[in-house]
Design a protein around this ligand. Sequence first.
Ligand code: MG
Length: 511
Amino acid sequence: MPQKIVKLTVKDVRFPTSLGQHGSDAMHTDPDYSVAYVVIETDGGMKGYGLTFTVGRGTEVVVCAVKALSGFVVGKTLEEIVGDFRGFYRLLTSDGQMRWIGPEKGVIQLATAAVLNAVWDLWARAEGKPLWKLLVDMSPEQLVSCIDFRYITDALTEQEALGEACCTLLHNSLGSSLSNGTVIKKPIQLMSDYGARFPNHQSRVFLICGFVSLTLSRSLTHSLTHSLSHSHSDLLRKAQTGKTEREEQMLKEGYPAYTTSCAWLGYSDQQLTQLCTDALASGWSRFKVKVGAELEDDERRCRLIRQMIGPDKTLMMDANQRWDVGEAISWVTSLAPFRPLWIEEPTSPDDILGHATISKALAPLGIGVASGEQCHNRVMFKQFLQASALQFVQIDSCRLGSVNENLSVLLMAHKFQVPVCPHAGGVGLCELVQHLILFDYISVSADLNNRMCEYVDHLHEHFTSPVVIRNAHYLPPKDPGYSCEMLESSVETHQFPGGVVWANLLAKAPE
Ligand SMILES: [Mg+2]
C-alpha cells in the first residue's frame, strides 16, 4: 500500500543553552541550541520526523526555507521518492528557480537536510528498521542510486563507487594488504631500505626485490581478475560475511566516541576540572578542548586538561574558524607541546587551500587538520580531499543534504583513505549521525583506526529514542527510524517565541 505524503509541518524549537554557556566557543559565544523541526505525514497515518540544527537567531529563516520546499514533497508517495532517490534529491536541490538561493549551500541546504532527514526517517520506519540497519541491508547498487554524482565524477564515479564497494568486499576476502597497496609497496620499500644499507650490493638487492615485487603483482592481478570474474552475487555473499561480523561487533561494543562536554570556552577552570574528573571516571579516553580566543588562556586550559588526562589519552583542539592561515600555524605550533591529534576548523570553512597550507605546516608536528561541520556540500569535501587539506573528515547529518549527500562523502573519504570522525552535539546531531558512522564502519570503511564520533551530553532527554552511550561508545539504536523524533511536550514548551520556556524568558528580558 503506497504511502502518500499529505502534510508537512515545520517548527522553530530553541533551547536557552546560552544561559549556562553550554556550546560556547571562540566564534559562537552565546549559542541557543535550536532546530527547524519537520514532521511529514502520510495518508496511511505514518509520520516521519526530521530536523536541522541551528544556534538560535535565524532559525526562523530556515523554517521559511523548509516551507518553500514543502511543495516538492507533499503529494509524492514514499515509494516514488525512494524509487528514484537521486532524482528526488536533484528535484529538491536543483529546481530551476529555487537553486538561485543556493545551490546546495546556506539556508536552503539546511532546509533540504531537514526535509530529507524526515523522508529517510519515514522510510526506515516503513521498513521497521533503524536507519543504520536500513543502509547496511541495502545493496551497493541501491546505495549509489541515492547519490547525486554531479560535480564529483572527477574524484568518484558511480562505477568507481560500486567498485569501492567491491574493493571493500575484496578487502574482506583477501586481506587488508590488498586495498591499501602494501603488497606492492612493501617490496619497493624493502628495496630502497636495503639498497641504502648495503650500497655495495645494491644491484643484487634490487634484482631480488624486483623479482619478488613482480611475482606478487602478478599474483595480485590474478587474484583481482579471479575475484572480479566471479558473479556479483558471489562478491556480495563474501561481503555479507564480513558485514555480519562487524554488525555483531557494533551491537556488542558500540562505536567509539569522544567527548566535547568538558571544555567549552565559557566554562571556568573549576568547571572544566570537575567535568573532566567525572568523564575520566565514566571511562572517557578522548577529549576535545575549545581554543582560539586568547593564547595564554588556551595554554593554561590545555595544560590543565593534559595533566588531568595524562600522556596516553587523546586530546583534540577546536578553534571554530577563528584564525587566518598564518595565525593558525603559529598559534597551533605554540599549543603543540600538549600533543593534540588534530586542530579543528582552524580558519574559514570555505578556505580549502588555506587548510592545505595549514595541514602541510603542521604535519611535521604530528598534528592533523579536521573540518566539515560547516562544509556544506560534496563538492567542497571533494576539493578538501583532492588538495590533501584535511586529515580527518567531519561529516554532519544536518549540514550536508541528508543521508544522500553523506553517502557520497563517506565513499570519497574511503577512496582517499581519510578517516571520518563525525561532528555531533547540538540538538539531535548525536542521535542522527550515529546511524551514518555505524553504516560507514559496517559497510564502507571496515576500519576503526583513528576513528571516533563526537559526543556532547546535552538535550538528549528531549528525544523519544535518545542515544545510548556505554563505556564511551555509541550503542546502535534499535528503534525504527532516524532517531529524529522529539517529545511533543519538549517541542511545545520550547517553540520560539510562543512556548512557555521562551514566553517566560522574554518577559524577564530587559527592553
Ligand atoms: Mg567543532
